[in-house]
Write a protein that binds this ligand. Structure first.
Ligand SMILES: [Cu+2]
Length: 290
């Protein structure tokens, strides 16, 4: 018996030490998750800000109702109990009470639903984008194709950094961007409306970037769209948010928001790379034909 307790104590000490080192080793990732983060991520789009405001509004309304209802209940139980000689009041079939408890909750629901509907409608408004990018979910990576706007024709696949995949297999998490680092991040310009067309090639995935307030299921055979207008440059992270198989945890999303100028440079670089590759392959074809 004693040895079981000893072993238990030893394993607690070991796991405690592991937690302590893990907590020290990891820092907040700017644009990504923070250490011990409880609140929603700080958004960098108007929609994300509005979602956060809605969240707090509903949270506060719920808290006020909770305190009001439980306060009245406990007050009644304590101060109007039988042992204190309380006589029960009779308001059975009171029209005033019945109308009040129907109208008041109805008004509360309307007060929450009206602003929420406004945000949902704005979220779905993908008209007049500056840039259109298709994201395709694969087991287990994301494909990006720039369909319209500056950078049209660019396309690449974005996969988890293989070194991090190995760290995960070894059970040794490391780094602030652990399991969020990719080979080719999605690059977009700041303050431009980017329409994302989302689909999948095998099973259902979900394209989710909390800082943009965007989460859209990627469904094979269907096309869905969403949009964002990032108001800050920087790196923002997300993950596939629909359980899609054994490597579901290994298909992160990394979006690099660049200034208009830097974005133009990136587009130029990508196009040069593409034409160089096209040149190489046409040379190869010419050589084969000789
Ligand atoms: Cu997935």
């Amino acid at each position: 018996m004693k040895s079981i307790f000893n072993r238990l104590a030893a394993s607690l000490v070991v796991s405690g030490a592991w937690l302590a080192t893990a907590a020290h080793a990891v820092q907040d990732l700017p644009g990504g998750p923070g250490v011990n983060q409880l609140n929603l991520t700080t958004g960098v789009t108007k929609i994300a800000q509005e979602q956060s405001d809605l969240h707090w509004m509903v949270m506060i309304i719920c808290a006020v109702i909770f305190v009001g209802v439980f306060g009245a209940m406990f007050y009644s139980i304590l101060n109007h109990r039988k042992s204190k000689g309380a006589k029960s009041a009779n308001f059975h079939e009171s029209t005033v009470v019945e109308i009040t408890w129907t109208v008041v909750p109805f008004l509360i629901v309307i007060a929450m639903a009206a602003p929420a509907t406004k945000v949902i409608v704005a979220q779905k408004d993908t008209t007049n984008p500056d840039l259109t990018i298709k994201a395709t979910g694969y087991q287990w990576k994301w494909g990006y194709d720039y369909l319209a706007g500056e950078g049209e024709g660019i396309g690449f696949v974005s996969t988890l950094d293989s070194a991090q995949r190995e760290l995960s297999s070894a059970g040794t998490p490391k780094g602030d961007d652990y399991l969020l680092k990719v080979d080719n991040p999605l690059v977009v310009p700041v303050n431009k409306k980017v329409r994302m067309i989302i689909t999948a090639n095998d099973v259902i995935h979900s394209w989710f970037v909390p800082a943009f307030g965007v989460k859209q299921d990627a469904i094979p055979g269907f096309v869905r769209d969403t949009w964002f207008r990032a108001e800050k440059t920087g790196d923002f992270y997300g993950q596939c948010a629909e359980l899609c198989g054994k490597e579901h945890a290994y298909m992160p999303i990394h979006v690099k928001v660049l200034s208009g100028e830097d974005y133009a440079k990136w587009v130029h670089g990508q196009q040069q790379k593409k034409s160089a590759q096209a040149g190489q392959s046409s040379q190869a074809v010419a050589q084969l034909a000789q």
